[in-house]
Write a protein that binds this ligand. Structure first.
Ligand code: SF4
Length: 291
């Protein structure tokens, strides 16, 4: 089947040459997807359980950290290091209860958090950005160097590619209504040293923040970007190649579509065509899901 001008325009937006082979032999990009056939209810993570629709925020926000002053972070740690003083290791404090904070309190809690050792090396936390009632929520992995510096997820070249991907399906990070403007958050809010993978204990510490963001946004669909985000949200160690092309669900019923991280696409541009398939699947799921 030939692609329409609109589909070709979207592919161009993503930087995908239209002559590239399609990843799914049985489906054209943009063709209707039989969601019921591909739907698979995945085992969900703690973050997904916590993401069920929750009651309105309570008036007394709490702080999840129990030792707020013990460890310098970011610039303070660097200043100590320049004087040859090694900062003390960050305390590990377990956030044991589902969070019920509202947006301002949640943001403050993340900014002050020292619940895991990543706090010691950060310049700043990277909370998340976007429409607080967005229909689409994107979940990435952890801040990289530029995100750590700027305090925003998906910046730099990967961020620019993400912008083009979003534009290709009528979405944006710029100010717009909740149907168009997405919300973006990472699994981990502080940059791991040398961009290493976050450790399970760090994920466990940080998970309640993402869970609360999911509960506050109440997205109609979640796009898990990259292996780490997908495996964390779906609590699986299955490779991303096996997780793509299916409709997973959080406990709340919110569909989750897995796709590649933009940073991966910069290294493997041929796989942009697969991401196009994922975005088409996500759009089809949205078209079939109730408002
Ligand atoms: S990564 Fe998460 S849990 Fe660890 S210090 Fe940062 S905000 Fe707190």
């Amino acid at each position: 089947m030939r692609w329409s001008e609109r589909q070709l325009a979207m592919l161009r937006e993503m930087g995908i040459p239209p002559f590239w082979p399609q990843a799914r032999a049985d489906a054209e990009p943009g063709a209707p997807v039989a969601v019921a056939e591909v739907a698979q209810v995945a085992t969900v993570a703690q973050v997904a359980q916590l993401a069920e629709r929750t009651p309105p925020p309570v008036e007394r926000p709490g702080r999840p950290t129990a030792a707020p002053t013990a460890v310098p972070s970011g610039g303070a740690a660097a200043a100590l290091a320049s004087r040859g003083v090694a900062p003390a290791p960050a305390p590990v404090v377990t956030i044991s209860q589902p969070l019920t904070l509202d947006w301002p309190a949640l943001r403050q809690a993340v900014q002050a958090c020292q619940a895991c050792g990543l706090s010691a090396g950060r310049t700043q936390t990277v909370f998340g950005v976007g429409h607080e009632q967005a229909h689409w929520m994107l979940v990435g992995e952890a801040p990289g160097e530029q995100e750590d510096r700027q305090g925003e997820p998906f910046v730099g070249r990967a961020g620019q590619l993400l912008d083009r991907m979003l534009h290709a399906v009528g979405l944006t990070r710029s100010e717009a209504g909740p149907e168009q403007q997405v919300y973006i958050a990472n699994v981990i809010k502080c940059r791991p040293p040398a961009n290493r993978n976050p450790q399970p204990a760090e994920v466990a510490q940080c998970a309640p923040y993402l869970a609360r963001q999911l509960a506050l946004v109440q997205p109609r669909i979640v796009l898990a970007m990259g292996r780490f985000a997908a495996q964390t949200l779906l609590k699986t160690d299955a490779p991303i190649g096996r997780l793509r092309g299916q409709v997973h669900r959080l406990d709340s019923g919110v569909p989750v579509i897995v796709t590649y991280h933009p940073a991966y696409l910069l290294r493997n541009p041929a796989d942009k065509a697969l991401v196009w398939d994922d975005l088409c699947l996500a759009r089809e799921v949205m078209a079939q899901s109730p408002m």
